[in-house]
Design a protein around this ligand. Structure first.
Ligand code: UD1
Ligand code: CA
Length: 469
């Protein structure tokens, strides 16, 4: 059996270059805060415990991450003062009291990291004899990074930071990616001996590399530089988002989802989509969405925190927000399903129909121009064009309840609270303020009058007035 694995994720930095009030690690990338990604990858690669080290806006960072990882073994430590990466890792020690095993060290602002890379790093550590393994890479421009110093037999001997490096050392193209795994006992011991004798007056975590090299061999995993790049400003956030977006799209396509135009399709991390579903251009699926199989998501549609059942067709330019759409429904074009919308199997919601806190049971249809709010609509109902539930009296919201098989004629107002029984029929153009029992007709309109020749007479009168001036 492998020894236990924990992770420390550094989330204390201010992120000055983000030019934002918001803590850097809370900036969203495809629907999740930045730090969500490395923490998730740590759990995915087998960490039993993860400690997030917070500092700048610590309370907010803690609250957001605690909520995102509810029920998972995520603990927090606070780094009171930002005295360097070594000090930040040392701050996690208390949260790992009694832990013996290997500790992964990650940054909270490196979102593109994969669980595969972490698994490889841990495997290299376990296969090696030293107390430390680290990730290096060769970015196009190594400026600003710590350089990897190698000696006899290409062995890693230490890291030198850009600001401390000699001109010769600055020519080294292999850099420290900032990802490590270390034996816990070695790590806490090495951190105790750090001193701030360097150009930045900080406690450098990187100094533990030379300490590890002195007692054993430092294992190295070389990574693609793009995978380990952090986020320092909003331009980089957009660049990382772009790569993450492409990666998510590829994952769905490989799982049987047709994405017609990947470059204009935005799908958040955490969205689930079944096979044989087609996603048309300019679609945005965000938050916790679950899309079934054989679904069509029409061009320009925006889905947030919604569920869509198998075989449903969402036609172009529909907006779904916290909606639950059953199987084999037809939605849109131009439908707006607001929070609390529940569509049972085979429901049709057509163009310019808005629903809120409303359930339509099996096979019911509202095909054109309607507002259905705070309503319970039975199975097999037909809601005519222009139907409106008048659910709000200016102070309170009221319910409209329709039984099964109700026919609501066009341009009807249902003034809530109001109930319509099974099989009832509402005449077009009615304003319904009283309950209508099952199988009855509800009708409230002025009887029609027909006046023969009236229009012609009126025209003559008006033309006569015009001539007179
Ligand atoms: C660090 C490494 C450098 C490496 C680079 C890779 C050190 C001394 N240097 O440099 O070798 O090439 O990462 O990106 O480690 N943080 C805290 N508390 C602190 C300081 C930092 O939580 O007191 C966090 C930051 O929020 C950030 C991470 O640690 O997420 C890295 O800190 P940063 O100051 O950006 O390190 P670099 O100078 O980039
Ligand atoms: Ca950095």
């Amino acid at each position: 059996m492998n020894p236990p694995l924990a992770a420390v994720v550094l989330c204390a930095g201010k992120g000055t270059r983000m030019k934002s009030e918001k803590a850097k690690v809370l900036h969203p990338l495809l629907g999740r805060p930045l730090a969500y990604y490395p923490i998730t990858r740590a759990f995915e690669s087998g960490c039993q415990q993860v400690v997030a080290v917070v500092g700048h806006q610590g309370e907010q960072v803690k609250a957001t991450l605690a909520k995102a990882f509810e029920g998972q073994a995520l603990a927090f430590s606070t780094q009171e003062q930002q005295r360097g990466t070594g000090d930040a890792v040392a701050a996690a020690r208390g949260a790992l009291t009694g832990f013996s095993g290997a500790v992964l060290i990650l940054y909270g602002d490196v979102p593109l990291l994969t669980a595969e890379l972490l698994t490889k790093l841990v495997a290299a550590f376990r296969a090696g004899k030293g107390p430390l393994a680290m990730v290096t890479c060769r970015p196009a421009n190594p400026h600003g990074y710590g350089r990897v110093l190698r000696g006899h037999g290409h062995r890693v001997e230490g890291i030198v930071e850009q600001k401390d490096a000699t001109p010769e050392q600055r020519l080294i193209s292999e850099i420290n990616a900032g990802l490590y795994v270390a034996d816990a006992k070695f790590l806490w011991g090495a951190l105790e001996t750090l001193t701030p004798q360097n150009a930045q007056g900080e406690l450098y975590l990187t100094d533990i590399v030379a300490k590890a090299a002195a007692v054993g061999e430092v294992a190295v995993v070389e990574a693609d530089a793009r995978e380990v790049e952090g986020v320092n400003d909003l331009v980089e956030l957009a660049e990382r988002t772009e790569l993450m977006r492409a990666r998510i799209n590829v994952r769905h396509m490989k799982a049987g989802v047709s994405i017609v135009h990947p470059a204009s399709t935005f799908i958040d991390e955490g969205v689930e989509i079944g096979p044989d579903t087609t996603v048309h251009p300019n679609v945005c699926i965000s938050g916790e969405c679950e899309i079934g199989s054989g679904v069509t998501i029409g061009q320009g549609s925006v889905l947030t925190h919604s569920t869509v059942g198998d075989g449903t067709e969402v036609k172009p330019y529909s907006v779904l927000e916290e909606a639950v759409v059953g199987p084999r429904c037809h939605v849109g074009p131009y439908a707006r399903l607001r929070p609390g919308t529940v569509l049972d199997e085979g429901v049709h919601i057509g163009n310019f129909v808005e629903t809120k806190k409303t359930r339509l049971k099996k096979g019911s249809k509202a095909n054109h121009l309607a507002y259905l709010g705070d309503a319970e609509i039975g199975a097999g109902c037909n809601i005519g064009a222009g139907t409106i539930t008048c659910n709000y009296d200016g102070v309170n919201k009221h319910q409209t309840v329709l039984g099964d098989g109700v026919f609501v004629g066009s341009d009807t107002q249902l003034v809530a609270p109001v109930k319509i029984g099974d099989g009832a029929f509402i005449a077009a153009g009615s304003t319904i303020t009283e309950n209508v029992p099952a199988n009855a007709l509800g009708l409230s309109r002025v009887p029609q009058q027909v006046k023969e020749g009236w229009a012609e007479r009126r025209r003559k009168v008006l033309e006569g007035m015009k001539k007179k001036g």
